[in-house]
Design a protein around this ligand. Structure first.
Ligand SMILES: O=C[C@H](O)COP(=O)(O)O
Length: 238
């Protein structure tokens, strides 16, 4: 009897699809079209516009089993970060996302009781892998890079694949969920999925006319889900 074949190297988990939604109707459509993570955000209020707690609750209820997150906003200091997180602590979202500016006093940040928190760093500040251990030490469950200025430039116009790969690797090493976002287009999927982030985050690229303030297009969400699944099946070719 031949020796049993040793198991091959474990594949990293599939890169998930985060879709930012502004209301319960979009949440239901995004979940039905294949979003893994339904993210409550007001796209009319900048990169990280928070929705009121009642709107987040309605989105969570409509997300039909998908994981959920909610954007808390862009604080200027640690005290404001705590207040923004506290405001959504009982919204039912599975994660909260809050901007962490480069000069935020992480040591002075007390995380209120509530869901795990993802730190959002902006590509314009060129956040590097070196920031990740301090975020883990401060109690964040994840870290993502997004773009602050929704001016048409995509994440990869700010930071190259090597920079982003180092960031996702540092998150894995620190045990943090990682995310990449920033005016991503469908064509970014085969470039960014091999960097093995926990998720890729979309809004504008999945909206009608690629306008993040317009409605989500379910066909584009389904296409993003299909391309992420293809990237997982053929990681070398992705
Ligand atoms: O968290 C993901 C963001 O909502 C991305 O928005 P965007 O694709 O319009 O830059």
């Amino acid at each position: 009897m031949p020796d049993p074949v040793p198991p091959g190297p474990a594949r990293p988990p599939r890169v998930r699809l985060l879709v930012s939604v502004r209301d319960a109707g979009e949440a239901a459509r995004a979940a039905a079209a294949g979003a893994d993570l339904v993210d409550a955000k007001d796209p009319g209020r900048g990169a990280l516009g928070a929705l009121p707690p009642a709107a987040v609750r309605a989105i969570v209820a409509a997300a039909r089993g998908a994981q959920t997150s909610a954007v808390a906003g862009e604080p200027r200091d640690a005290a404001e970060a705590e207040a923004l997180l506290a405001a959504l602590a009982d919204s039912g979202a599975g994660y909260l996302k809050v901007a962490v500016p480069p000069d935020l006093d992480l040591a002075g940040l007390r995380r209120p009781a509530g869901p795990p928190v993802i730190a959002v760093l902006f590509a314009e500040d060129a956040p590097g892998a070196a920031r990740v251990p301090a975020l883990a030490a401060a109690g964040f469950a994840g870290a993502m890079i997004d773009t602050r200025s929704k001016d048409g430039r995509r994440l990869t116009d700010h930071l190259g694949p090597a920079h982003l790969a180092a960031f996702t690797a540092a998150c894995r090493a620190a045990g943090l969920l990682s995310g990449l976002a920033g005016s991503l287009a469908l064509d970014d999927i085969p470039v960014l999925a091999p960097l093995a982030p926990g998720y890729l985050g979309f809004r504008g690229g999945l909206c009608a006319g690629r306008d993040r303030r317009a409605g989500l297009d379910p066909d584009r969400i389904a296409e993003a889900a299909r391309r992420l699944a293809a990237a997982a099946r053929h990681p070398a070719a992705a």
